[in-house]
Design a protein around this ligand. Structure first.
Ligand code: SF4
Length: 899
């Protein structure tokens, strides 16, 4: 194939031949088949639309249709292990061919095509025989049938009165109106009136009406993606387009919509505008690419098959592959090759172009290079196969098949620009090398010492496929022959249906369908696992609307910022970011807090994880220097630098904690009857909070049937780390655990080291005050703000303890906060702790209903509440998406900060 004899021009662009070493591990010989379609007696196509057209008798059928028909029949026989026949033209009979080797599954077959132009015809013919098939690409994603209705819904979300989208949507399988129904409905739709309510009034069935009502509600909420989910899950869209490829296209389209939504603030108008721009990209737009299905025939281009292999490979359209490429480049007026660039002109329209030597040279070179590339492609196509190679196509446009006389002939005149020509040249050479006989080589050529070049024949050559089976040796040590199938009679007859019959069969099937007997069905029982974060429990309890935004609307819980308006990096600040400083302080506590490690005999035992060594001074320079170094500020900080201030502040806060209740407890001092035995910092936990549903669902938040299934119970999963857990024991030897969470509010700019009265309000109570009850409004407020988070940590500890034998269990004390600003520990009272647990339970039940109840409406806006709203992600940013009741929302004016 790569022999220099085929080089039209010398050049370094030609591939070189190399020895192939097959790695097949089977005793069965490989098989070469040639599907060479030759029509029989032509008749007028039937006028009855219920009679399928026989392609091989149809005078209008093209050679491509014949090839595809023959290929579909061949693959049907192969998959069903049916015997095949080849024509014996000497005796005018059929010779049966038995297949050996393992059975073939659809996924073992790969069909290689040179262009996708005729792909739909091939797919249709395979599907008509119920052969599962999947093409790697099927044109443009936005032109796929499953995507069109989704686009029309997006259009209606962006422009609720758009009539064009209304027509598309009404005719789609989602609504399923007939032409007349669409016409009647739209005639009564006045200009400028929203479409969806009108379609609800004119819905063809009650089911569609319910779906449209639901879609309308989701659209009103702005739950853009839930609208598409509802359409895909609940409408007939995927029933009308049931193949896996269409499902993948719908998913691919949704992925694009979601990524555009992330960039544009999830606004349907902006998303639609961008999707229209993408559609207008035409061929440059996103392609309809599919992931191969595990049990379907793969169709792909030769180019796309590089690196792949399959037991059965079909190379189709060989005798047209290459024709179009060559004729296209001839039409160009500029030719660019790696070596030379040439143009041609036509100054006088009425006359021929002037002759141009450079153009003639470049055109020849381009042709030679295209051919060399085509040879490489042909080589790739032929070498993808493991066991059975099937090539399709006819080498000439004149052929004869007469079943009565036995005559079968074809003219070997393949177009010199095509892969088919390469195939014929290759077969000639293989036969010549084997000194065998075959119709594609003449007796004179066989006798020649050097094989003459192939010349297209001007006459018909008789064929005898039966003789070719075993007496047409190909190459030295090659195959004994090949199987040539030329007509559907070579295979068992396959009953196919005309398009009208198929439509009728589908309609009958749908009419005969009995509605499922719902009472006999056992509903599927589901367990839902929902992940959550402990840190925002209190925030979403205070304003449930924010949780609804995040999980129903799909808005990320971050302020929305317009592109290119990112704040310029500000000059170094006096203090680090509060979160960074918080992390530094947590680290100081982690490595500097003294661990008493003095378990009391008789108290519930503590495992080895509690017995780690701990420094005994939070305010030690060694501890703080280590933390400064870990956060990238070096071991030493020059005097007067801002880093030195941070270091001194950490040490100061550490000394406050050392003086306070925690410092005294870890020094072994009993307080309120409790002594600390050991401490654990950064205790990791995973907590699964199980919410059991009663018969009617959650008592306050009923959950309807979940797509026909029953939600048995819901697991709310939380994982994280508790800052500090104290293991305590009282005078009676009773053991307890207590969660302590460090808060560093008021520890930076507002903090006053010299006079607490002039500093942050939290500094109002001194560290030496040992009472755990909040002593100021500020203390009470911060404790209340974090009570659900603290309750969750405590519940996690309770769950861990409950799994131990009863004599090893410890009581869980009400959780506490450790305030960095005054070094105090303040804890929830027993009553507040119980109330926090109850509120947590209610809130988690509500969170579960957000995920399970599609009809749950948005919680109301808060009544004017500067504290909660101003720190809310949906209030901040360049676009105010929510605000306290009565306040405006919209894009924020940068000059005055108002929407
Ligand atoms: S802005 Fe206020 S009302 Fe709106 S979600 Fe945020 S906290 Fe709730």
């Amino acid at each position: 194939m790569f022999d220099p004899r085929y080089h039209d021009l010398p050049g370094d662009w030609h591939a070189e031949a190399q020895r192939l070493r097959p790695a097949r591990q089977t005793e069965h010989a490989g098989v070469l088949e040639w599907l060479l379609p030759i029509p029989g007696v032509l008749t007028d196509p039937p006028s009855d639309l219920d009679v399928p057209v026989n392609t091989f008798e149809d005078p209008n059928a093209s050679i491509v249709h014949l090839e595809h028909e023959l290929l579909a029949d061949r693959l049907h026989a192969l998959l069903n292990q049916a015997p095949t026949r080849v024509w014996d033209s000497t005796n005018a009979t059929w010779t049966t061919v038995m297949d050996e080797g393992p059975s073939v599954r659809p996924q073992d077959i790969m069909i290689l095509i040179n262009s996708r132009k005729h792909l739909p015809d091939l797919v249709d013919r395979l599907r008509a025989r119920h052969i599962p098939v999947m093409a790697d690409r099927q044109g443009l994603l936005l032109m796929q049938p499953v995507v069109q209705p989704l686009m029309s819904i997006l259009a209606l979300m962006a422009h609720p009165t758009m009539r064009k989208a209304a027509v598309e949507f009404a005719r789609s399988p989602v609504v399923g109106m007939t032409e007349r129904q669409v016409h009647d409905a739209l005639l009564s739709l006045e200009e400028g009136v929203p479409v969806i309510p009108h379609l609800i009034q004119h819905a063809p069935t009650e089911g569609v009406q319910q779906l449209l009502i639901r879609l309308q509600r989701l659209m009103q909420w702005g739950a853009v993606y839930d609208v598409f989910d509802a359409v895909l899950d609940e409408s007939d869209l995927l029933v009308a387009y049931p193949d896996d490829a269409q499902r993948q296209f719908a998913e691919g389209w949704l992925t694009i919509v979601q990524s555009i939504g992330n960039d544009t603030g999830h606004d349907a108008g902006a998303v639609y505008r961008r999707m229209v721009e993408i559609r207008e990209l035409g061929r440059q737009g996103p392609q309809a690419i599919t992931e191969p299905n595990a049990s379907a025939i793969q169709i792909m281009t030769i180019h796309g098959s590089k690196g792949l292999q399959a037991p059965v490979v079909v190379v189709s359209g060989l005798f047209s592959a290459g024709k179009a490429d060559a004729s296209m480049s001839v039409q160009d007026n500029i030719l660019v090759t790696p070596q030379v660039l040439a143009g041609r002109i036509q100054p006088w329209r009425a006359k021929d172009r002037p002759e141009d030597g450079l153009w003639a040279f470049a055109a020849e070179m381009n042709k030679a290079q295209d051919k060399a590339e085509l040879r490489r492609k042909f080589y790739v196509a032929l070498t993808r196969v493991k066991d059975r190679l099937i090539v399709t196509g006819s080498p000439g446009n004149q052929s004869t098949f007469d079943e009565t006389t036995g005559a079968l002939s074809v003219r070997f005149a393949p177009d010199p620009r095509t892969m088919g020509r390469m195939l014929v040249e290759g077969l000639r050479r293989a036969t010549w090398c084997a000194a065998s006989e075959a119709p594609w080589i003449s007796a004179a050529d066989l006798e020649a010492d050097v094989l003459p070049r192939f010349v297209s024949q001007k006459f018909q050559t008789p064929l005898n496929p039966s003789a070719l089976l075993s007496s047409a040796s190909l190459g030295v040590d090659g195959l004994d022959g090949l199987r040539m199938y030329h007509h559907p009679d070579c295979f068992d007859a396959v009953q196919t249906q005309s398009p009208q019959q198929r439509a009728r069969a589908l309609a009958t099937h749908l009419e005969e369908l009995e509605p499922p007997q719902s009472e006999t069905l056992t509903p599927l029982r589901l367990v839902e696992n929902i992940k959550g974060a402990a840190h925002n429990l209190d925030a979403t309890f205070n304003c449930m609307r924010s949780y609804w935004f995040e999980h129903v609307k799909g808005w990320p819980a971050e302020p929305f910022r317009l592109p290119n308006t990112a704040v310029k990096p500000s000059p170094p600040k006096t203090w680090p970011e509060p979160t960074t400083f918080g992390l530094m302080m947590h680290r100081v506590l982690e490595i500097g807090l003294r661990n008493p490690r003095s378990p009391l005999e008789g108290a519930p035992p503590l495992d080895a994880s509690w017995m780690h060594e701990g420094d005994d001074d939070l305010s030690s320079l060694k501890t703080v220097e280590r933390v400064m170094n870990e956060f990238g500020h070096g071991v030493d900080q020059p005097d007067g630098s801002r880093e030195a201030r941070w270091r001194d502040r950490l040490m100061h806060l550490g000394s406050l904690i050392d003086q306070g209740r925690l410092g005294r407890l870890v020094q072994g001092e009993p307080l309120d009857g409790w002594t600390v035995e050991a401490v654990r910092t950064e205790l990791p936990f995973f907590h699964r909070h199980r919410l059991v549903l009663g018969e009617d669902g959650f008592s306050d938040h009923p959950v309807p049937g979940f797509n026909g299934a029953v939600v048995d119970h819901v697991n709310m999963d939380f994982s994280g780390r508790a800052d500090l857990v104290l293991a305590l024991v009282n005078e009676d030897g009773q053991g307890a655990l207590q969660v302590v969470d460090l808060k560093t509010r008021g520890c930076l700019g507002a903090f006053n080291e010299s006079t607490s009265a002039g500093g942050h309000p939290l500094q109002g109570v001194p560290s030496t005050e040992l009472n755990v009850v909040p002593q100021s409004d500020e203390e009470a407020h911060i404790l209340h703000e974090h009570r659900l988070q603290l309750a969750l940590y405590s519940l996690a500890l309770e769950a861990i303890e409950s799994r131990k034998p009863s004599h090893q269990q410890r009581q869980i004390l009400p959780p506490a906060l450790l305030l960095g600003a005054n070094g105090r520990m303040i804890q929830l009272s027993e009553g507040a702790f119980k109330q926090a647990k109850d509120d947590l339970e209610t809130h988690l039940a509500w969170r579960a209903s957000v995920h399970l109840n599609p009809d749950l409406e948005a919680p109301p806006q808060r009544i004017s509440d500067p504290g909660t709203c101003q720190s809310c992600a949906y209030f901040m940013g360049d676009l105010r998406r929510c605000a306290p009741l009565g306040e405006p929302i919209g894009f924020v004016n940068p000059s005055d900060g108002s929407p």
